[in-house]
Structures are given as C-alpha cells and as structure tokens.
Design a protein around this ligand. Structure first.
Ligand code: NAP
Length: 283
C-alpha cells in the first residue's frame, strides 16, 4: 500500500494511475470527492484536510500497513503539521516518504513564503525515515489559469511575457515520484525537477495555439495587475515571491535541471508535449 496525498490533482492523478497500473494498492488522499481519481481497482479514497489540526490522526489508520507515503501539501505548505505527520508515519511503520517541495526552498533561502515548505523538508529529513525530496520549478499546468480568458477571448494575459523559465510537466514529477517511492537508489536524495528548456509566457502561448490549432493573442499585464489577480488565490507573501521568480529568476531557476533525465533515463517532457496532451482543456 502506498499513500498519496493530493491524489486528485495534476501530479497526484498521474502518480495514482501509474502506481495502480504497476500493481500497487493506493490510498488516495484529498479533501474532495473520489470522482477526480483515475479509474482503476486498488484505489482507496480517503478524505482528509492536511491543514486541519487532526490531519495526522485522521491519516493514522490509512498509514498503518503502508510502506510509503507521497506527501504533496497544499500551496507552499502553510498550516501543515509536518512533525505530527512524520511521527504518525513512523509509528504506523511507513518506511519511506517522498515529498513534493519547491525549487525556491533551495534558490531563495530565508524567503518567508517558503519557510513552511523548508520546515516540512526539515521535519522529513529528521524523522528517521527513508526520504526523497522533489523540488519542482514552476509547473506547466500553471497555464490552466490562462484557460478562461483564452477560451473566451482567444487571449492570454500574463506578466513578464519575455522571461523564460523551464516549466515542468506534472507527469514527469509523477513518474519521478513513482521511481522514488518504489525504487531503492533515490533514498536520501534531493532532486530539482524542471522541464528540458526555458520558454517565455509569450512562447508558451504560441505553443498552446499550435496545440489547439487556433490563433491566440498575448497581452502582457503589469506585475501590479497580475498581483491583484493572484491575491484572489494566494496570500500576499506567496504572490510576491511567485512574481519575483516569474520576473527575476535566479540563474539556477532559469536553467533546465538534468534530474528528470537522470532518474527516468529519458528527457523531461517539453511544454509542447504537455500542451498537446492537455489541448482539450484550452478548446
Ligand atoms: N504550481 C507550481 O508552479 C509549483 C511549483 C513548485 C511546487 N509546487 C507544488 O506542487 C503542488 C501542487 O501540485 P498539483 O499541481 O498536483 O496540485 P493541484 O492540481 O492543485 O491539486 C492539489 C491536490 O491536493 C489536494 N488538496 C488541496 N488542498 C488540500 C488540503 N488542505 N488537504 C488535503 N488535500 C488538499 C487537492 O484535492 P482537494 O482540493 O479535493 O483537497 C488535489 O488533490 C504543491 O505542493 C506545490 O507546493 C507547485
């Protein structure tokens, strides 16, 4: 049994499907309904809010007898009691935890927005369990946020139109996570997961246009306007930290990491691969 949190999201759905098709039983954790889970036998849906004070206690029964846990926390991990989760996992006999973290924990140490995720990494590496940390750069699936304006007005509105970043396909994160959960050579390692090449928002718009075979316009919005939009979904420190990466990436953030290819022995998927696979969402 492998416990997967965030099982109904971009990463978790692919990971659940991949583990189940490899013959693993999976406990799929989210707050919502199991309707968003992939089809397949061997999936036990469990409803838990990871930010609730009782989260660790609620997961204790699911973790009993599980050999591994994939820990995907909401947002940047605020409100998650990682030490309690680790203690519950260790008590339940879970041997291994694979954490989806953020590249910015490494590239922007001391930034308040990433302190909760840094604390979760800390709790994990101190727990006495086998661990692997996956520090992801920006996800290709962030482009889903462009969907409503793209479909209604055939236009993408985004800040920093000409700043390039190597967006990571959530499917690659899921495949690296599956390797880390089930293989043996990734214990005690921290991987930086990015796409194979940096693309700008303007280029990503052109790539989606090709995938859906429609003309799309790109309109650059000011960082202030983008921030106002982002504040509807995230707290101000996270919006500011995200905009800092989007507008002023460090050299490491702007560069493709070799780690997906190292783990999977194949190149990371490009943004075009992701757009092609997800074209129906933009039509
Ligand atoms: N976006 C980026 O650019 C980026 C960059 C680096 C790292 N990351 C990391 O990637 C992860 C997001 O991955 P994703 O794209 O797969 O996410 P997603 O598609 O938004 O899915 C989130 C998953 O977590 C569940 N969830 C949300 N809040 C929860 C809560 N309070 N308690 C329990 N489950 C909860 C959701 O289901 P319910 O809503 O039903 O609970 C869903 O299954 C985050 O950990 C983030 O830190 C993202």
């Amino acid at each position: 049994m492998i416990v997967i949190t965030g099982a109904t999201g971009n990463v978790g759905r692919s990971l659940t499907a991949s583990l189940v098709s490899a013959g693993h039983a999976v406990t799929a954790v989210a707050r919502g309904t199991s309707a968003d889970l992939p089809n397949g036998t061997g999936i036990i849906p469990v409803t838990v809010d990871l930010t609730a004070p009782s989260a660790a206690q609620s997961l204790a029964a699911s973790m009993a007898g599980a050999k591994a846990l994939f820990l995907l926390v909401p947002g940047v991990g605020a409100g998650v009691d990682a030490p309690a989760l680790m203690e519950t996992a260790a008590t339940a006999g879970v041997q291994r935890v694979v954490l989806l973290s953020s590249q910015a924990v490494g590239t922007r140490p001391g930034t308040a927005a990433y302190a909760p995720m840094a604390a979760i990494e800390d709790a994990l590496t101190r727990a006495g369990l086998e661990w692997t940390i996956l520090r992801a750069g920006g996800l290709a699936s962030n482009a889903f946020a462009w969907g409503p304006a793209l479909r209604a007005r055939q236009t993408v509105f985004a800040p920093y139109g000409d700043v390039a970043l190597p967006a990571i396909d959530p499917l690659d994160i899921a495949e690296v996570a599956a390797e880390a959960l089930t293989g043996h050579e990734h214990v005690g390692r921290t991987y930086v997961l990015t796409g194979p090449e940096a693309t700008t928002p303007r280029q990503r718009t052109e790539i989606i246009a090709r995938a859906i075979q429609q003309d799309l316009a790109f309109i650059e919005v000011s960082p202030d306007d983008a921030r106002e939009q982002m504040l509807q979904f995230m707290p101000a420190p996270v919006a500011d930290a995200t905009l800092a990466i989007l507008g002023h990436p460090t050299p490491e953030e702007a560069q493709a990491s070799p780690d997906v290819e190292k783990v999977l022995s194949r190149p990371a998927h490009s943004f075009a691969d992701w757009a092609q696979r997800n074209a129906p969402a933009f039509r």
